[in-house]
Design a binder for this molecule. Sequence first.
Ligand SMILES: Cc1ncc(COP(=O)(O)O)c(C=O)c1O
Length: 365
Amino acid sequence: MPYSLDSVDTPFVAMDLDVVERNLQAMQARIDALGLKLRPHTKTHKQPWLAARQMAIGAHGLTVAKLGEAEVMLEAGFNELLIAYPLVGEAKAVRLAALMARGLKPVVAIDSREALETLARAAAIVDQPIRVLIEVDTGFHRCGLRGPAVIELARAVRQAPRLLFAGLMSYSGHISGQGDPAKIQQIIREEDEILWQHAQDLQACGVPVEIISIGGTVLAHYLASPTHATEVRPGIYVFNDLGIVHSGACRLDDCAARVWSTVVSRPAPDRAILDAGSKMLAFDGPIEGSYGYVVDYPGWHIRRLSEEHAIVEIDAGAPRPDIGQRVAVIPNHICPVINLQDRVVGVRAGQVVSTHAILGRGLTR
Ligand SMILES: Cc1ncc(COP(=O)(O)O)c(C=O)c1O
């Protein structure tokens, strides 16, 4: 039985299920039109029912970062997962092997000998093959190798028993925070050139490259043909957030998830305090001077966050809130916000219709 949002105690996260569905369909259609495969990153939503929806409308597979997330998705019946994160050490090898014994067929991205050895150990424990991608640094300067180191590691993968070299992966995270479409297009072109150069070098050494996996919601939005990529791994697109709006890849109306909060104090005429602090909104940003967008109140700016307080500065002439007023905030970056919730409510036409446990919440190991 649907019930009013007003009856839910704040702070809480509400996701508009119609906007979620629209976002899922739009991304699938966009990637289909490019002739690519969609392998959504589930670290954003952390909810198997959303993964199921992504697969039902055409996703080719799913991506996770951590083994804990893989476990949640495997438990829900998804056994082919890209682990887009280097696994290093004996504990990881043992855990990966245990998941494989339960049916997981992983593709894992690595960028070191140590990660290779971890995979080789897991594969040996269960005596099963593991497909491997090598992460290439295309300019974000996080993980990833470049040049001869990629070729050497690919050769080492091919020589390792039970490891199968499958291709290349990159994540151009430096695209986030860009508001200039020309700069975004340039990053996408550079990434494609770097990956294609590596793929050609590998093929020249007799190493076939089957998968070229690229990532991200902003990238997926601006990606155009031709590209040498074979698949894309957006995560945020399910909900979108202020960062994605800022990049020009979506509108405020496409942001499906909002943090609802209450004005709990008005200590000065130009200041209001909301009951959603960094434990709800997370610390990403600020974007245009604010830790989130207060819906319907563009003259309110969340200038600071304490753990349980958002400190809002109110422009002269902007509407002045009363204590007790409820407002919705679109977060700067939705992924950590979802990760902070035990559950979120599902909304249609402004009414709460469902509650959803965030089963992957906090699974950072
Ligand atoms: C390796 C990797 N792939 C894909 C994604 C998804 O990108 P986005 O969150 O921009 O949708 C991320 C996000 O952090 C990532 O780290």
